[in-house]
Design a protein around this ligand. Structure first.
Ligand code: CTP
Length: 423
């Protein structure tokens, strides 16, 4: 009896490394799949990969295998592979199948149920959930045939991530860029849920934000000077998006009000995209009430006083003649609301010198409960980079965190928020 109890105890707590089967299609975005493998590894998720014939025109099985630390599968009729692992077994060996880049051709074949190669056969044979990250030229994406296939795939239960809008390798602009690897890795970790949650560095244990609404701002704001120029800053939005994603993973209902970024919507988060500081404030006010407000956006402090619909010409004084008006302070406005102030208000302080003193002064001036101070001076790589070193200031004093990935800062902050809102 004692033996039996020990054995069952071990089985219950034994954890399996979460894993995906990555199908890499033939497109210029195939290189992003290499970055995706690295991002997944950072989150403790193992990748096994199938490289299509088209994919192998862009990247090699050797580079894929080098990053996954496993054999890269390419051929349906490879007897050696079949002896090691049959294609049916391969299609079911992971917790999730991810197609990235999902080309128009792969989407069409999957929507029709064709099984012409190892990738399409695995897609048909799998019993696991499937996620696709489309990537193609904007016209191909907008073509009625692709949109028809997209609807079929969604109806079949396939989760689609992206595509993003932006400049494309083919020189055109529009929707069709593959979602960014970091956001995809977050989405995959979310999808893997229980199994991946253990590798996401939350320190809050079982904190549960179910029934809580959290409002987050992220990214820069763009303040138009004329139809071709705007005032902006270097914020990428990565930290705010990661926080929104981490809070959603803890069960919160999250509204993310975002300035212009290149990042795809995090899964399970309601994203409201705005351009200017004034639009950001209106969107935040419209999203209230909230249990917590996290102001992570790098809001432009000033905007041109006058909006013009013609290009400002050098001969008439150019940009030097433009008077500036101060933008509303979103954090201060919400932190000082007399009615409907979220019970927990968290601000960020981006500083280049005397970081802690400036951050504490900012906390008092704006009236927020916590301020997350970070050093954004050149050389730290914080602005636009993947890592951050932060100190949390509150009326309880200061708490310094080690230098870590922005996704890790997000996980720890989400856990701290959860603890505060639920205790
Ligand atoms: N913030 C805001 N609205 C503004 C300016 C800033 O909501 N118009 C918020 C930011 O999201 C951040 C905090 O205020 O949470 C501090 O932003 P920061 O840029 O560090 O400070 P500023 O208020 O702009 O002050 P300064 O430029 O003097 O450092």
């Amino acid at each position: 009896m004692a033996h039996f109890l020990t054995l069952s105890f071990k089985i219950v707590f034994m954890t399996k490394t979460p894993s995906i089967l990555l199908i890499i299609g033939g497109g210029i975005a195939a290189y992003k799949s290499l970055l995706l493998i690295r991002e997944l590894a950072r989150r403790g998720i193992k990748t096994r990969a199938i490289l299509t014939k088209g994919g192998a025109e862009f990247i090699t099985p050797l580079s894929v295998g080098g990053l996954t630390g496993d054999k890269c599968f390419t051929d349906l009729f490879d007897l050696t592979d079949e002896a090691e692992m049959g294609h049916i077994e391969l299609s079911r060996s992971a917790d999730l199948v991810v197609v990235a880049p999902a080309t128009a051709d792969l989407m069409a074949k999957a929507a029709t149920g064709l099984a012409t190669d190892l990738a399409t056969t695995a897609l048909l044979a799998t019993d696991k959930p499937v996620m696709m990250a489309p990537a193609m030229n904007v016209r191909m994406w907008e073509h009625p045939a692709t949109q028809r296939n997209l609807k079929t795939l969604q109806k079949d239960g396939i989760q689609i991530i992206g595509p993003d809008e932006g400049d494309m390798a083919c020189g055109e602009f529009g929707a069709g860029r593959m979602a960014e690897p970091e956001m995809m890795a977050d989405a995959i970790a979310t999808k893997l849920g229980g199994s991946a949650a253990q590798v996401i560095p939350f320190s809050g244990g079982s904190a549960d934000l179910k029934d809580k609404h959290i409002l987050v701002t992220a990214g820069p704001t763009h303040e138009p000077l004329d139809p071709v120029r705007y005032i902006a800053n270097r914020s990428s939005g990565k930290q705010g998006y990661a926080i929104a994603s981490a809070l959603a993973q803890l069960g919160a209902k999250v509204t993310l009000v975002s300035g212009p970024t290149q990042i795809s919507d995090p899964l399970g988060v309601k994203v409201v995209r705005v351009e200017t500081a004034r639009q950001m404030l209106s969107a935040c006010e419209a999203a209230l009430p909230a249990d917590c407000f996290v102001a992570c956006a790098a809001v432009a402090d000033y905007r041109p006083e006058i909006e013009t619909d013609h290009k400002i010409k050098k001969e008439r004084g150019g940009l030097s003649a433009i008077p500036l008006a101060e933008n509303p302070d979103i954090l201060k406005t919400i932190a000082r609301l007399e009615k409907g102030r979220p019970p927990l208000v968290v601000g960020f302080a981006a500083e280049t010198d005397d970081v802690l003193a400036h951050a504490e002064a900012k906390r008092a001036r704006k009236g927020c409960d916590w301020i997350v101070a970070n050093d954004v001076s050149p050389g730290t790589g914080t602005m636009g980079g993947d890592r951050n070193t932060v100190v949390i200031l509150s009326d309880k004093g200061e708490e310094s965190w080690d230098n870590m990935l922005k996704t890790e800062v997000a996980g720890q902050l989400a856990a701290k928020i959860a603890k505060s809102l639920t205790s």
